[in-house]
Design a binder for this molecule. Sequence first.
Ligand code: SF4
Length: 383
Amino acid sequence: MLGLYVHIPFCQALCSYCNFNRGLFDADLKARYVPALVRELREAGDGRPADTIFFGGGTPSLLEPAEVAQIIDACAGAFALSPDAEITLETNPETVTVDRLAAFRDAGITRVSFGAQSFDDAQLARLGRIHDARRIETAVEAARMAGIGNLSLDLMFWLPGQTHASWLASVDRAIALAPDHLSLYLLELYPNAPLKEAMARAVPSTTAGTASDDWIQASDDEAADMYLDALDRLDAAGYGQYEISNVARPGFESRHNLKYWTAGAWRGVGCGAHSTVDSRRWHNVAATADYVARITRGASVEVQPHLIEPRARIEEALFTGLRLSAGIDERAFARDYGLDPWAEYGGKLERAVDAGLVWRRADRFGLTRRGMLLANEILSVFV
Ligand code: SF4
């Protein structure tokens, strides 16, 4: 089953840490972008079965519900969309009301993923977010009133100035809202991120002892404790961890995102969207105006199409499969890829097993939670 990804590159404000493919909202560009998406979908359609659609961005909830309906209709026209498809809208809390969310639900949205990030207003302001903690709560209430039955919240940790206690307070406030799914992301700072520059300006004066220390990031050890303690609280609240950064109530794991971690197939439409179908991989041109211009004149938007080599597929399946709490089923892997992963790599993983970072039982192996913290180092044995 194919997963469909629809990229919406518009935001109301640009966050200080973000390097996604997005730009400021432009009503004229959006008015040309939506028909371009519909046209790309029509031309991509081969009637293949699909069971998820994920509107990601950017801020997809800046679209009008009628535009979302039009895109979902185009997906259903181009592919054999399951009647029970999971259709997710990434949503910024400040963009929605009960009426808008009800209209998104009527358009076909079955799952809303809120970019909450933090319940600390000072941290949200520093991240450049334009909502506050109360707005997250209002948005979640609105989604419930609108009849959205599957809600997810994103939270971020290792923020500058974020203490262990303030992080857990955000986790507790998220749990109190009883979402069905939560994603916990570690802040990653790209080289020229405004937030990184602000931290660099603040920290030297901190070391000179003159500035507040609230721009400092927790140490690696503290960040590890933040992660592990948050997961303990989520365990106690009935959420099961199923991936390094994701927990869910039973049955609410993200069907779309699981395709990325289980070597599934996905077709992305829109500027910069990535696709992997039948060992073929490509991405679309990144610039929104260029994407619209090419689609309008009937030119290709594909960049770097290539076949994934068998060896690369194996490595990727190991990397992504070990992100999952369920780990890798050795027999299924051998059947799908013609390689017994434990026979091939088990020797190199023994030390990690002894150190409690990798588990192995009943022909499966995976990363323990402490192992997940060191995933990059452990997974380097596969390359
Ligand atoms: S709303 Fe999301 S996509 Fe837009 S700038 Fe902020 S983090 Fe980036």
